[in-house]
Design a protein around this ligand. Structure first.
Ligand SMILES: Nc1ccn([C@@H]2O[C@H](COP(=O)(O)OP(=O)(O)OP(=O)(O)O)[C@@H](O)[C@H]2O)c(=O)n1
Ligand SMILES: C[C@](O)(CO)[C@H](O)COP(=O)(O)O
Length: 231
């Protein structure tokens, strides 16, 4: 059996700033989207056969051309994204083939540098029977809950918290049911499964899977890439 991957890449990147949508911003000469696709393709144990990318409406054709050289042997579908990340994932999920796929990955273009071993841990956990899998790392800040005026109302026990990344991996039928139930307010896809009562399991994430969100993240990305290219 094989894997299909969805890449939500339709965001504007408002926190990053600049005029180019975030997925098309370049690091080391390639767009974040190209880095993300290369990473998924390099995870050979995932057996990627289909890639669906959600992009800003109007950029579908140029993205098909840009990604062509990186998707040999993989069916590439490019769709228009929606207003929120979850809408973009839903639009992509609607065209994922039903037959022959035993794992669907959902992977942010913005987490362009996730290493192969983290991707393969997620896929292995799905193939071992988990319906929903997230890569996770311990939280390193103390997290506070705040009230409407910004006042602290509580401090959750940090040992019970993790920060989750992508790719998140799913049994295809479970992910379809989770999205069919509605996506309002969901900041990741695992959350939709939780709403159905599905158990979401964690596997070890990676510090390299950080999300390019703010300008300083581009500096980190450049440094990471330079280090990888020096090896
Ligand atoms: N309507 C949207 C919003 C986000 N995304 C994608 O979801 C991933 C994670 O989102 P985020 O990092 O929040 O990206 P942006 O929405 O672009 O960032 P910002 O909130 O700063 O505008 C990114 O790969 C982004 O392109 C998407 O496909 N469709
Ligand atoms: C899906 C995600 O990357 C998991 O951490 C995250 O929730 C995306 O959040 P964003 O605010 O849309 O970047």
């Amino acid at each position: 059996m094989s894997t299909a991957a969805i890449i939500p890449a339709a965001g504007l990147g408002l926190r990053l700033g600049g005029e180019t949508p975030k997925a098309f911003r370049e690091v080391g000469g390639d767009s974040l989207l190209v880095h993300a696709v290369r990473g998924l393709k390099a995870a050979s144990a995932a057996d990627l056969v289909c890639l669906v990318v959600a992009v800003p409406p109007g950029s579908e054709e140029s993205v098909v051309k840009e990604l062509g050289p990186y998707v040999e042997g993989v069916e590439l579908l490019v769709v228009a994204g929606g207003a929120e990340r979850s809408d973009s994932v839903a639009a992509a999920l609607a065209v994922v083939p039903v037959e022959g796929i035993d794992c669907v990955l959902v992977h942010d273009a913005a987490r362009a540098f996730v290493p192969v071993d983290a991707i393969e841990r997620v896929v292995a956990a799905v193939r071992a029977g988990a319906a929903a899998v997230v890569p996770a790392l311990p939280v390193t800040d103390t997290i506070k809950q705040i009230g409407p005026g910004g006042e602290v109302v509580g401090t959750p026990d940090r040992s019970t918290l993790v920060a989750v990344q992508t790719p998140q991996g799913f049994d295809p039928e479970v992910l379809r049911r989770a999205h069919a139930a509605g996506v309002v307010g969901a900041t990741d896809d695992a959350m939709l499964c939780e709403r159905l009562g599905v158990t979401v399991v964690t596997v070890e994430g990676s510090t390299d899977a950080f999300k390019v969100t703010r300008p300083q993240d581009l500096l980190l990305a450049e440094a990471l890439l330079a280090e990888r290219r020096a090896v």
